[in-house]
Design a protein around this ligand. Sequence first.
Ligand code: PXP
Length: 239
Amino acid sequence: MAGLAVNVDHIATLREARKINYPDPVTAAALVELAGAEGVVVHLREDRRHIKDRDVKILRQTVKTKLILEMAATPEMLGIALEVKPDLVTLVPEKRKELTTEGGLNLSLNMDIISEGVETLKSAHIPVSLFVDPDAEQIRIAHKINADMVEIHTGGFCDADTPQKRTKAFLNIVNAAKLAKKLKLGVNAGHGLCYNTIKAFKGIQEIDEYSIGHSIISRAVLVGLDKAVREMLALVKEL
Ligand code: PXP
C-alpha cells in the first residue's frame, strides 16, 4: 500500500501573505500527522518565500512520522540539512522566478553538483531522493550516483491537455517507476496531483509514496470555510 506525505508549504504561503505568525506550518504538520499521513514535506527555498529556517528547525523537533526536506543542492542548503538532519532530503532544481518547481533535475547536465550533494548528505546518514522527470536516463544516473530514491515528477501527466498526451505521460511515469524499482531505488511521485489525477495510480505497485501539497491545502481552505464563517458569525451576532 502506498504512503502519503503532505507538503505544507502553502500554509506558510498564507502566513507570508501577511508576514505574521499564523497559520503556522508547524501546527498544520501536527494535523497532517493526526489525519494519518506518513510524512510531512517542506521546501526551504533560497528566497524563503514560504517556509523559513525557523519552521524547519521546529518541525524537526515536532514531526513524529517523517520530515522530508525539499531543497536545492547548494552549499547553504546542504549546511542546513546537515544541521537539521531530516529523515529524507529530496533534491530539486530551483529557479528564483518560478512559481513552483518546474521540472525534474537534469542529472546529465548537473551530475557533479548533484552527486557531491548526495555524497555529502549520505555521509551524514541522511537518505537522499532525487526529483526527476519520468525519463530512463535520469533514473539510471540517479542510481549511478548512489541516490536512495527518486521522486518521479507527475506534473506532465497532471497538466496534459489531451487524452493522448495524458496516456503517454502516464505510461512514462509507470515505466520510469518500474525501471527505478528494478534498480532497487525507492520510488516516490508527486507534483500537481489532485483528488482526480491520483485515481489513475490505482494498482501501480512500484510507487512507494505520493508527495502532495497544493490540492490538499486548497481543499482544506474550502472544506473548512463553512465552519470558520459560522464561528465568526456567532461572535459578530453576540456583539
Ligand atoms: N514534489 C516536489 C519535488 C515538489 O517540488 C512539490 C511542490 O512543492 C510537490 C511534490 C508537491 O506538489 P503539489 O503542491 O503540486 O502537490
